[in-house]
Write a protein that binds this ligand. Structure first.
Ligand SMILES: [Fe+2]
Ligand SMILES: [Fe+2]
Length: 293
């Protein structure tokens, strides 16, 4: 790292210290138990050696943490765009406060992640939206929908987490996301959406829901890698066994409620007509999994 970069990190760290937290990873056990991912119902996992089980749990945990960390990173860029697009100083201050929270969340998760953290399709999708969408579309997608979803997502991860410092971090993030979601509800005004923005929101929401309805791909990928390959014919059964813990039906219902803001009924109806709120069956989930490998 150059002197210049070191200076930027040191300045940010001095500010972060005033915001408390950064915990230290426990490191002795995986942060979440097998039941968190539904692995306790999967025979190939239950029968595997302890070292293989540990490798699967570590990969699953890394997947969850990486996804969150990248979302927080995208959140900083989102806030920067919203600061520049704000109508007045009050809105600029609001997004500056939120951006500072996202920068803290990004730093808080870092101790639990390996140094090289590649992106994935979901994070690429969020980054694309942040770069291309207008402010009202972004307030809807990022704050009303995604941060609204994040409240329950982070709270659920915190309550099942076996690492005390990480659990505290996630709990605190859930509280912050609730404030960000409330800010999004205050900013979003469906009357300010034009035809092009409505068309964009339909496309983007559909793409997002397609990812959400396709099942626990990351858990299957973790098993696939740790076991050195899975029998393609066994994939549908695996998605079936993992399905209950993944809770696709509940997640999609929650997203439907979040998307169904006043003035957005047409969007929800159009998505429902395209069956976007229905989880993929195990055969379809297996087919999507194979097509992405
Ligand atoms: Fe955040
Ligand atoms: Fe947030």
């Amino acid at each position: 790292m150059s002197d210049y970069d070191t200076g930027i990190h040191a300045a940010a760290n001095r500010m972060l210290r005033r915001r408390a937290l950064p915990g230290t990873p426990d490191g002795t056990a995986p942060p979440w138990p097998a039941a968190q991912f539904g692995l306790d119902a999967v025979p190939v996992y239950v029968r595997a050696d302890e070292s293989v089980q540990r490798a699967v749990l570590d990969r699953c945990a890394q997947g969850l943490l990486r996804e969150s960390w990248l979302i927080e990173r995208g959140g900083m860029e989102f806030c920067a765009r919203m600061v520049l697009a704000s109508d007045d100083a009050a809105q600029r201050a609001l997004y500056s406060h939120i951006g500072a929270d996202e920068a803290a969340h990004y730093a808080w998760l870092q101790p639990w992640l390996p140094p090289l953290t590649p992106s994935d399709p979901f994070n690429d999708f969020v980054d694309d939206c942040v770069r291309t969408a207008g402010p009202q579309s972004l307030a809807y997608l990022m704050q009303v929908v995604l941060e609204g979803f994040g409240i329950v997502h982070y709270a659920g991860l915190a309550s099942a987490c076996l690492d005390a410092a990480l659990a505290d971090t996630l709990r605190r993030m859930a509280e912050d996301e609730a404030l960000h979601h409330a800010a999004g509800l205050a900013v979003f005004d469906y009357r300010r959406l034009g035809t092009a923005e409505r068309a964009f929101l339909l496309d983007a929401s559909y793409t997002f829901l397609q990812m959400m309805r396709s099942g626990p791909h990351a858990v299957v990928a973790a098993l696939d890698q740790a076991l050195g390959g899975l029998d393609a014919n066994a994939l549908p059964g695996l998605f079936d066994a993992l399905g209950a813990a993944h809770g696709s039906t509940g997640k999609l219902a929650r997203l439907r409620r979040l998307m169904g803001q006043p003035g957005m009924e047409n969007l929800v109806d159009a998505l429902a007509q395209r069956r976007a709120f229905e989880p993929a069956g195990s055969d379809e989930a297996a087919q999507i999994y194979r097509s992405l490998r």
